[in-house]
Design a protein around this ligand. Sequence first.
Ligand code: NDP
Length: 256
Amino acid sequence: MTPGFPYSTTRPLFGQVAIVTGASRGIGRSIAISLARAGAYVVVNYRQSKAAADDVVAQIHQMGSRAIAVQADVTEPADVDSLVAAAAELGVPRILVNNAGIGSSQLLMDTTLEEWESLMKSNLTAPFLCAKAVLPHMVRAEYGRIINISSIWGLSGGSFEVAYSASKGGLIAFTKALAKEVARSGITVNAVAPGAIETDMLWNLSPEEKRELAEETPVGRLGHPDDVAHAVLFLASPSASYVTGQVISPNGGLVT
Ligand code: NDP
């Protein structure tokens, strides 16, 4: 399927509108900047970190690309509709990266129903709402790239992270099923399942625990948000049109 917009090998995403949820910090920030470097116009979504989101937008403007910061809680249907409507300022959305998510670390026996439901809402319902909101635009354009940020725990299951693992495993099943449903419309749907990446999400690990985790990882270090962004960039590119329903796992060899 030809993309139907100007194509450049140096900026393969030139002029394509990308919505990145949770792009104010961490992995989402790196994804937004990487997509913009490849020429995309980026909708930088955030929930509360306005100053950080504005900073991402400023960086993208400095690169000579376009971006807007849009506040929206992606667990709320009305907010998701406003987010997708706001993207129209840049054009028709061609790329959606469902990155926003929350973590949790505790025994299943100590997990309350409220905590379980909150994880499912952020990590599984939000991608459903965002995909549903952008799909009509992508189907009309007969082109789209949806990339869901899962986790290695969604592949292998993590002790003390049962609820988180279930939400991220669900996201992988969502990815595979939706990929089949929309493939004939020129839309690919893939997941990226990172290992331990140095962001605020690792706040509960002590420096010693981080050192141990880095040593346990075959490549000998924790991941950088850019390690995830590189995988997203590949899946977002027009040339990845034969890759769909797949999971790419930048994890330093921790899970094989
Ligand atoms: P961070 O906690 O560093 O950043 C989370 C981002 O998500 C922030 O931009 C935050 O916005 C946003 N966000 C959270 N909830 C919502 C919401 N309801 N609506 C809109 N935005 C929201 O997390 P990471 O960068 O580490 O994680 C990004 C993704 O990668 C997550 O899905 C996570 O599960 C996944 N992941 C992370 C790993 C890691 O080791 N770090 C490993 C595997 C997967 P705001 O700043 O406004 O609060």
